[in-house]
Design a binder for this molecule. Structure first.
Ligand code: UD1
Length: 320
């Protein structure tokens, strides 16, 4: 199959491209390179530098494609609350441009990067797809809005989709195939890595008074190689004519912020400077998900997401 990977030069996108190429698919990356990295581009994939706000570039890129995997989005939760216009334009208008260009070019399979943020602050200990969706930040709202559009484009335009609700994406390809580091990261593990490499002086731990065993927030960390394999399975699911799906991608267990820090300290063999800071607005205490539906529908099983592997594969890239 010929697959257009929008956002394919980003952190998750480049792992997806790597997994698709390994399975023998033909890939074209479409990326505006605002956060994508040239070192994340693979010579075996075609590359178009373009923006999802540019409808004619999208139309051109979609000629001769069989499917689209769309990962290009703004993703900083705090920024989405301060600058919703930017998130509305990129994440909603941009994605609608992609869907409209797909409809115009007879491309009928779509895999979407959705997020745990669609659930908001669930009052269950383990989230499954039957939980109510109720985002508490604008970023999560943009992802949920697109899922709602997808239901309609499926019915009205025959675009079947798999929406993948990622929990916390972490780790790097173990073979070293992806080397690009995110610039000015806000997510926990890259921030810890920047403290370890001296790029930042210390880690601020946002809140130590949450109702968790050590008082810091718990998240379900899923290795990006496991995320990537789910995209390949999702494409194969759609290509075989099966129905649209919204699926959690998670491990079913979680780690606290302090556990992530301490595990990194153990693996790199030294302590890292940190301090406790006030809670960050919009952070739920615990987010852990059940991904049984992805297992049942796609035959997906996370295989790379143990804490040791997550931190070792990330450290290997940051050390360089
Ligand atoms: C959030 C979104 C998630 C999205 C991801 C993309 C929510 C609930 N989750 O994940 O859907 O895909 O962003 O960016 O909206 N932390 C610190 N210090 C730091 C950085 C983080 O203590 O310097 C803590 C946070 O408070 C949080 C945990 O580490 O408790 C994980 O944070 P982060 O990596 O930013 O991811 P989420 O906010 O969980």
């Amino acid at each position: 199959m010929r697959i257009l990977v929008i956002g394919g030069a980003g952190y998750i996108g480049s792992h997806v491209v790597h997994a698709l190429l390994n399975k023998g698919h033909s890939v074209c990356v479409f990326d505006n390179m605002s956060t994508g990295r040239t070192e994340n581009l693979f010579p075996q994939a075609d590359f178009i530098q373009g923006d999802i706000l540019d409808k004619s570039a999208l139309n051109q890129a979609l000629k001769n494609c069989d499917a689209v995997i769309h990962l290009a989005a703004k993703k900083a939760v705090g920024e989405s609350m301060a600058n919703p216009e930017k998130y509305a334009e990129n994440n909603i208008t941009g994605t609608l441009n992609v869907l409209n260009a797909m409809a115009a070019n007879d491309v009928h399979h779509f895999v979407f990067s959705s997020s745990a943020a669609v659930y908001g602050m669930p009052d269950v200990s383990v989230i499954d797809e039957s939980c109510p969706v109720n985002p508490i930040n604008f970023y999560g709202f943009t992802k949920l809005e697109i899922e709602r559009f997808l239901d309609w484009y499926d019915r009205l335009k025959g675009i079947s989709f798999v929406s993948l609700r990622y929990f916390n994406a972490v780790g790097y390809d173990a073979s070293g195939a992806v080397r690009g580091l995110e610039q000015n990261p806000q997510n926990l593990l890259p921030v810890i890595m920047e403290v370890a490499t001296g790029v930042r002086p210390e880690l601020s731990i946002f809140g130590n008074d949450y109702p968790t065993p050590d008082g810091t927030c718990i998240r379900d960390y899923i290795h990006v190689t496991d995320l990537a394999s789910a995209h390949v399975l999702a494409i194969e699911h759609l290509a075989s004519g099966k129905e649209s799906q919204k699926l959690n991608l998670a491990t079913g267990s979680g780690h606290s912020v302090l556990e992530m820090l301490q595990a990194t300290e153990r693996i790199i063999g030294r302590t890292l400077p940190h301090r406790f800071a006030p809670r960050r607005p919009g952070d739920p205490a615990i987010l852990i998900a059940n991904a049984d539906k992805a297992t049942a529908v796609l035959g997906w099983h996370p295989q790379h997401s143990d804490l040791e592997n997550i931190i070792k594969t990330t450290w290997a890239v940051y050390q360089k």
